[in-house]
Design a protein around this ligand. Sequence first.
Ligand code: ATP
Ligand code: MG
Length: 286
Amino acid sequence: MKTKIRIALQKKGRLNEDSMKLFKEAGIKFNVGSGKLVASSPGFPIEVLFLRDDDIPQTVADGVADIGVVGENEMYEKGYEVDIARKLGFGKCRLSLAVPKAQDYPGIEWFNGKKVATSYPNILKKYFDENGVEADIHEIAGSVEIAPGIGLADAIFDIVSSGSTLVANRLREVDVAMYSEAVLIAKKGLEPEKQELLEELIFRINAVQTANSNKYVLLNAPNDKVEEIVKILPGMKSPTVLPLADKNWSSIHSVISEDEFWDVIGKLKANGAEGILIIPIEKMIL
Ligand code: ATP
Ligand code: MG
């Protein structure tokens, strides 16, 4: 029988939707029936297990799944030995210490002797050790943000993204211990056939993510402005310049990255570009 690679994904929660979208764009659609915990994909030898994110690092470390998608926070907390095959760029958050809003906070030494509620006791212990802090770490599974308000702890250590949960609970972020994003993890020492499948997956993920962070640009320019405009548009090699039916004008095609997009568009307009079209790219192979 042909080798299949087995991937563990979050069953539901903040990583599920982005994970499914990424694999779909990479040409891998899972046949998920309602409530099914295992699914396969037509056209790629892969099988998916849907799990709670807490269970993904161990499932991969033990080889029950070969690879998985999980937040770095969860991966470091659990501490299993796995490889990070690729950072995925979604599920971005940070792990921070927060204190009651009105609390004076001189610096991290404030935490000495304090009771801190968290779902990430291992990461917090390590962070306190590195900073010479001795605190009472109180592990709770969920709703960490309410702990100070109900008198269960003096402060918390938890996931923050926008910070609105902290504000709603009258807490103030005072220190960031780590930044996290979703990562594709792999079992150490994968069999060669599975390693090959993993590399094919990474190749596809690269094509999707490079495409998503770039745009195809088409514009018209008077011939005497072409040289200036070509300098603004580097492109993958160099921009394509094509003649238009009107002999005094040319059409210029190129690719620009999302990061420099608005800056470049401003410069193009200022240099006489007209009829600028921006087109999304579906896949991009460099
Ligand atoms: P499960 O039921 O699978 O155990 P969970 O409740 O533990 O789910 P989620 O809230 O779905 O976890 O978050 C999963 C991961 O998504 C977190 O471990 C973190 O890496 C990331 N994450 C959490 N909150 C945010 C956020 N607000 N923005 C972006 N990413 C986040
Ligand atoms: Mg969880």
